[in-house]
Design a protein around this ligand. Structure first.
Ligand code: CO
Ligand code: CO
Length: 303
């Protein structure tokens, strides 16, 4: 599976019952603390392996660093944060590369293992499925507010906690429950990634807006106009494929570009019940947010 499938990661069969799942992701800083930034960037990069149903095994650092303007200690802290996430994932950091650059960026190239027969694609949602989301939305809006010092400390702490978390447990449970499709919610926002899922599967995804979890404080930040340009770009791009009966302000968090967002998982109703019940047992966040319908006029419906 290569770039033509628009899935979360590439898959390359290396033998009977075994394939590599490969991905790379690099981001610019969105929090002040270098260790936390490294941790978030790594969680974000690892996520695409989990979204496919894979298990990360190796990772390589990719750092772009302005050594003239920032002390070397900052880079050390970023790499330490990345390593922390890689270790938690049970993967090995096997190397990396640093490039001199005027703008700081960091990420990982990640290789995972996956059973080719059990790859969870983003294009295989079936009518009748239920949709589950495993992290609340709004990290792009919080990061935008943080950049201009307008985000309350508690709001930043909560967003940071979610972005730092791995999608490992949610990915493992999705495999146990034999999910029919999955993607992680990142730069295109919930609606953008839902549009991809709908197009790939030839279905319509319907969301219940009141059920979609949003980070605390996000509604207030939107009211203050603290919305990233990427959110409006997503809205402009995807709106023609969306039928919504809710007010535009309520839709904005669903267009918000996420960093290290949760998994959007499509499961049969029985599998969804099992997923939600087991998630509760394990202390995992998982919220039913909608359902999959046969193809309707629009790819995505919000009500
Ligand atoms: Co992805
Ligand atoms: Co990605």
């Amino acid at each position: 599976m290569g770039p033509e499938t628009a899935d979360d990661a590439g898959v390359f069969r290396i033998g009977e019952g075994l394939a590599l799942v490969e991905t790379v992701d690099i981001i610019t800083p969105l929090v002040d603390d270098p260790f936390t930034f490294g941790r978030i960037a790594a969680a974000n990069a690892l996520s695409d392996v989990y979204a496919m149903g894979g298990r990360p095994v190796t990772a390589m650092n990719l750092a772009f660093f302005p050594s003239c303007t920032l002390p070397a200690e900052v880079l050390r802290e970023i790499l330490a944060g990345g390593l922390d996430a890689v270790r938690e994932a049970g993967a090995s950091l096997v190397g990396g590369h640093t490039v001199e650059d005027h703008e700081l960026k960091y990420g990982l190239a990640v290789t995972g293992l996956i059973c080719p027969e059990r790859v969870v694609r983003n294009s295989t949602a079936r009518p009748g499925d239920r949709l589950v989301l495993t992290k609340p939305l709004g990290t792009g809006i919080v990061a935008t507010a943080l950049k201009v010092d307008m985000a309350p400390e508690a709001v930043v702490a909560e967003a940071t906690r979610w972005m730092s978390g791995l999608n490992a447990a949610a990915g493992a449970l999705m495999l146990e429950c034999e999910a029919s499709a999955c993607t992680d919610v990142t730069g295109f926002g919930l609606i953008g990634h839902a549009c991809e899922m709908a197009r790939g599967g030839g279905v319509t995804l319907r969301f219940d807006r009141a059920a979609v979890p949003i980070l605390p404080g996000v509604a207030e930040l939107i009211a203050d106009g603290l919305v990233p340009a990427g959110c409006y770009r997503n809205r402009d791009h995807y709106s023609p494929r969306v039928a919504a009966t809710v007010t535009p302000d309520l839709l904005l968090p669903l267009f918000d570009p996420q960093t290290s967002g949760g998994l959007l998982i499509s499961l049969s109703p029985a599998a969804c019940d099992r997923f939600i019940a087991t998630a509760a047992d394990r202390g995992l966040f998982a919220v039913p947010v909608g359902e999959v319908l046969p193809p309707r006029e629009q790819a995505v419906e919000i009500r």
